[in-house]
Each structure stands twice: as structure tokens, then as C-alpha cells.
Design a protein around this ligand. Sequence first.
Ligand SMILES: Cc1cc2nc3c(=O)[nH]c(=O)nc-3n(C[C@H](O)[C@H](O)[C@H](O)COP(=O)(O)OP(=O)(O)OC[C@H]3O[C@@H](n4cnc5c(N)ncnc54)[C@H](O)[C@@H]3O)c2cc1C
Length: 312
Amino acid sequence: MAGILVYSENSKNAHELLTAATIIGSALGLEVRALSINNDTQAEDLAERCGEVYRIKEDSLKLSDTSAMASILDQVVRKLNISVVLLSSNRRGKELAGRVAQILDSGCLTDVYGIEVRDDGNIDCFRNGLGGLTVVSQVIDTEKKVIAIVPKIFEAMGNKITGVIRDVEVDVRSSGVNVVRTKTKVRDAVDIETSDIIVAVGQGLANKDDLPQVEKLAQLLEGEVACTKPVATDRQWLSEERIIGLSGKKCKPNLAILLGISGQVQFTVGIRDAKTIIAVNTDENANVKHISDYMLVADIKDIIPELIEKIS
Ligand SMILES: Cc1cc2nc3c(=O)[nH]c(=O)nc-3n(C[C@H](O)[C@H](O)[C@H](O)COP(=O)(O)OP(=O)(O)OC[C@H]3O[C@@H](n4cnc5c(N)ncnc54)[C@H](O)[C@@H]3O)c2cc1C
């Protein structure tokens, strides 16, 4: 029987992919299989959520070598008669998706945040189009399909079963990439995606010295500070972990306060699902008004201290 293969080195992401795989698998009659590479703990964990887990143990294989990894996935796909490969749409998963699809000569879609199996057997994949201005639905019409799904879209598959773990032999081919060393990225400990309240700041904040005021407001509200991309990348006032939007995080807080943010679509795609949005902007015609429940046409220099005083 043809199958659907799930792989992510990140176990949380793999759990979510298993949910997506089950939706596709049950509609198309495909067996769901999970792959784990050089990680026994993950293989055992996956076997509690998936009937068949394939395990590869190859010390010479470096997960960061996506070219070698793509060759491994290609071999597994052919051995197990896989027709759909589901990967995580994170940085490494996206690169892997493209490389695997190229070897398999199959179609590939990344940044997919929704799937629906049509009656005709096609898998509708939903993605942002025109920088987030619209939603596009696309199908892959090649026999094999590689789909990379955005993390945190699907519920994680629970640990309900006792699946089997099978070792699979693969041939590790030298990729020409020599991994000299891997270095863990120093991260800001913040997780804005899970915060209930977000105080986001944009380029309307003229001075870095005003940032502590924004942090104080967030702290009083028991929320987190987030920002637009230029605040983190151009000005480097906050870490990139705090960027909301297309190239940053997608947040669904109960309350989002947007300070001095114009509301370009690349930003709003990351916050438009917030329950209540309050914007403060000196420009009454700023785009941000279109996604806001309340908009204060005012200077944030006046509003931030006033809010702090009222809340304290
Ligand atoms: C491929 C691509 C991906 C991108 N990804 C992202 C992304 O993920 N996230 C992101 O944020 N951006 C992203 N961008 C950039 C995006 O297009 C915008 O440039 C950016 O969001 C604008 O940031 P801003 O609102 O802080 O600044 P601006 O657009 O400069 O807006 C500043 C706002 O502050 C207001 N203002 C000024 N002074 C005050 C004051 N004293 N009080 C109150 N209001 C004031 C102004 O009226 C204005 O509306 C991306 C762009 C591209 C091309």
C-alpha cells in the first residue's frame, strides 16, 4: 500500500505533521509512516503516535547537511512506496523539501498552512499569496508530492498507540558539503506566539530611549513586547525573535496593542487573528486601521506614559 511519510527532526513539529498526515491518509487510503534519523528517543516517542516508525542510524549523516538528507529521504520514499512527503516548513524543512522534490522530480509546496483533500483526490494546499494579501489554494499534480507545513497549525497527535519501529538501511552519499561545526543560535528567551497580550512597537517609536517605557507597559499588562521587522533588523533595537509577520511570528493573542505601526500587509498577516487590536498612530489613514478594533489617533509619546499611569 502506498504511504505518506512524515519527517521533522523537531518532535513537536513531527507530532503536528502526523495529524495532517492522518487527515490526508484517511481520505486517500495512504498508510501513515514516520521517519526518525539518529534519534532513538524520538523514534520511541513517534511510535506512541504512529503505527509504523522507520529509524535510520547513521553516525556519518549530519542533519544540517540537507543535500545528504535529501538523498536519504529519496531512498526512503522509494523503498516504502511513499506518494506524499510531509515536512515542517521551518528554515531547514523548506530547504529539504525543495531538494527532495528535485530528486524525486515531484511538485513541492512550502509555507502551507491548511490542507483539504478534494473529492477528486487532489490535496488543496492553502498558502499566503501576494505577501499575505490573499490566500491561494494550490494542488500538486505530480505522482509524488512534497508538502512543507507551517508549525503550530495542526494539533499535535496524542500518544495513544503502540506502533512498531523498523530499522531502514540507507546509503549515505557524500554530498560535497563539509560541516565544519554547528553552533546553537543564541535566542531571546521570549515566545511571543504563546503570549496572551502583546505590545508591539513600530518605527513610530522615534527613540531607542523610549523602549523601556514600552517594556514597562507590557510588563504591567503581563504581556510581551514584539515589533515590526525594521525595528529588529534595521534599527536592531529588539531581537528578531520578536518580529511579527511574514518573516517573523504569527501570533493570536487576546489583546494586541500596536504602537506606531503603519500596518503593512507583511506585518498584519502575523497579528490579524488577535482577538482585540488597539492601534495608536498619528496618521488617521494608516493601514493599521483596517485590522484594528480601536484606533487612537495620537502620538505614542503621549499615550504610553498615560497608559502606564492609568494601569499602575
Ligand atoms: C518580503 C518582505 C517581508 C517582510 N516581512 C515583514 C515582517 O515579517 N514583519 C514586518 O513588520 N514587516 C515586514 N516587512 C516590512 C513591511 O513591508 C513594512 O516595511 C514594515 O512592517 C513597516 O514597519 P513599521 O510599521 O514599523 O514602519 P512604518 O511603515 O514606517 O510605519 C510607522 C508608523 O508609525 C506612525 N508614527 C510615526 N510617528 C508616530 C508617533 N509619534 N506616534 C504614533 N504613530 C507614529 C506613522 O504614521 C506610521 O504609520 C517585509 C517586507 C518585505 C518586502
